[in-house]
Design a protein around this ligand. Structure first.
Ligand code: GN1
Ligand code: MG
Length: 390
C-alpha cells in the first residue's frame, strides 16, 4: 500500500505540484482502471478532480486512448462553444500536467490522466425512474450526434474487435477449453445457456458486412453509470468514461443502455429473482435515443434496437463467463465467483428480454411511427435549440 501511495502521490505532484493534496478517495466502481477523487488546496488548480491510471494490461496502447479522448472532447467542446453554451459541465475536461502535457507516463509506462470533477451531479448503477433512463439515452444519443461529423479515420481502434460478438463467442470457447474442471463444473448451466444462443451472435457484424448498418464514432461503454445526472434538474449532463471511444456500431451503444438501465437489480446481484428487464425503462430509452440520435439511424438500425439490448447483454455475459473460466484475469473481482454471478445476471436478463421481445419491438414501432422522428420540430431543431435551457 505504501508503494502504491507513493506512486499516486508522485502522479498528483505532476498535475498539481507539491503539497496541495487535501483529500484522496479511492473510487470503487469500474472494473478496469484505477480511479481516485482528489481535493486540491491552493496551487493553480484548487478544487475537486478525478485522477485515473489507465490499465495497461487491457489498453495496450494507452497513448492512443488519450489521443482519442483529446480529439473527442475537443470536438464536443467546440460545438458547445459555437452554440454559446458553457461546456465545462457538458464534456470532460482534461487537466494538463504542470509542464503542459495532457497526460503523464510514469517510469513503469503507466499512463495517468486527470479530469475536472463535475460538481452537483451523480451517476446511478440502477435507474431510479423512467425519466432518468430517458435522460441517459438522450445523453448518449446527443454524444453520438455531436460526433457524427468527426471523421472516423481520425479515431484509433484501441481494442480490436471490442464489440464483435462472434469473436467474443470464440474467446468463450477458448476459455472453456483451457478452464479447470472445477470452474467448468461451477458454471455448467451458464455454459449451456451461452452455447444455446450462439445463433444470435453474428447478427450485427453480418449487417455491417452487407452494408445495412455503418461504422460510426461510438462510445462502446454506454452504461447507465457513465452518464452524470444533474442533481438539481435531473438532466443527463455529461457522458463520461471515454476510454473505449472507437469506430463501432451505434446499436451496441444503444444496446448497452438497455443492458444497464432496464434491470431491476445490480449487475452482480446474487438473487436472480430480483432481476428482470423493466419495459417501462426500455420505453424511456427508446424515446430518449430516437429524439437525440434517431435521424442518423438507418431503417435496419431502428428495426434492431430491441434486439441490440439482448445481443450486448448476451455478449457481456459471455465475457464475464469467459473470465470466470479463465480464473478472473480481466475484470476486477471482489468476491469468489464474482464473474460467474455477473454472467448469471446477464443471462437472466437475456431471458427476460426474450420473454418481452414482442412488446419491446412494439414500443420501437410505436415511437418511430408515432412521429418521434417525423416530428419536424425535432428534426429541424438546431443544436442550440436542442439544448435550450440547459
Ligand atoms: C468494463 O470498467 P468499466 O465498468 O468501465 C468493460 C466494459 C463492460 C463493463 C461491464 C474496457 O467497463 O466493456 O461492458 O466492464 N470495459 C472494458 O460492466 O473492457
Ligand atoms: Mg469503461
Amino acid at each position: 500500500m505504501e508503494k502504491i501511495r507513493q506512486t499516486i502521490d508522485f502522479a498528483i505532484e505532476r498535475f498539481f505540484g507539491k503539497n496541495h493534496l487535501a483529500e484522496l478517495l479511492v473510487c470503487k466502481t469500474g472494473h478496469i482502471n484505477h480511479t481516485y477523487f482528489l481535493r486540491i488546496n491552493g496551487g493553480e488548480r484548487p478544487g475537486h478532480h478525478v485522477l485515473q491510471k489507465i490499465n495497461g494490461n487491457i489498453f495496450k496502447k494507452p497513448e492512443q486512448v488519450m489521443e482519442n479522448i483529446d480529439k473527442v472532447t475537443s470536438h464536443i467542446r467546440n460545438k458547445y462553444e459555437e452554440a454559446g453554451i458553457n461546456p465545462s459541465r457538458r464534456v470532460l475536461t482534461l487537466i494538463p500536467t504542470t509542464t503542459g502535457e495532457k497526460w503523464f507516463v510514469d517510469e513503469k509506462n503507466n499512463v495517468w490522466r486527470t479530469y475536472l470533477f463535475i460538481e452537483n451531479a451523480t451517476t446511478y448503477d440502477i435507474a431510479q425512474s423512467p425519466e432518468q433512463a430517458y435522460q441517459a439515452a438522450k445523453s448518449f444519443g446527443d454524444f453520438s450526434s455531436l460526433l457524427s461529423d468527426l471523421p472516423i479515420e481520425q479515431i484509433h481502434e484501441t481494442i480490436p474487435d471490442f464489440h464483435n460478438t462472434p469473436k467474443r463467442f470464440e474467446q468463450f470457447e477458448q476459455a472453456l477449453k483451457n478452464a479447470s474442471a472445477e470452474r467448468v463444473a461451477s458454471a455448467k448451466s451458464e455454459i449451456d445457456f451461452a452455447k444455446s444462443r450462439k445463433n444470435i451472435a453474428s447478427k450485427l457484424v453480418d449487417c455491417l458486412a452487407d452494408g445495412s448498418i455503418k461504422l460510426k464514432v461510438t462510445h462502446n461503454d454506454t452504461k447507465l453509470n457513465n452518464v452524470m445526472i444533474d442533481d438539481n434538474s435531473g438532466e443527463g449532463i455529461c457522458v463520461i468514461d471515454l476510454d473505449t471511444v472507437m469506430p463501432g456500431l451505434a446499436l451496441y451503444d444503444f444496446g448497452d443502455c438497455v443492458r444497464t438501465a432496464t434491470p431491476t437489480g445490480e449487475e452482480d446481484e446474487q438473487n436472480l429473482d430480483l432481476i428482470e428487464m423493466d419495459i417501462k425503462m426500455f420505453d424511456a430509452l427508446v424515446r430518449g435515443y430516437l429524439e437525440s440520435a434517431g435521424e442518423s439511424l438507418s431503417p435496419k438500425e431502428i428495426e434492431l434496437l430491441a434486439f441490440s439490448g439482448k445481443l450486448i447483454t448476451y455478449e457481456i455475459g459471455l465475457r464475464f463467463l469467459a473470465d470466470h473460466l479463465n480464473g478472473d484475469v480481466y475484470f476486477k473481482t471482489h468476491r469468489e465467483n464474482h464473474n460467474l454471478d455477473r454472467a448469471r445476471v446477464q443471462f437472466k436478463l437475456v431471458q427476460s428480454m426474450e420473454e418481452q421481445e414482442e412488446a419491446m419491438n412494439e414500443i420501437v414501432r410505436k415511437n418511430w411511427n408515432g412521429g418521434l422522428l417525423g416530428n419536424s420540430a425535432i428534426k429541424n431543431r438546431s443544436y442550440k435549440e436542442c439544448n435550450q435551457g440547459l
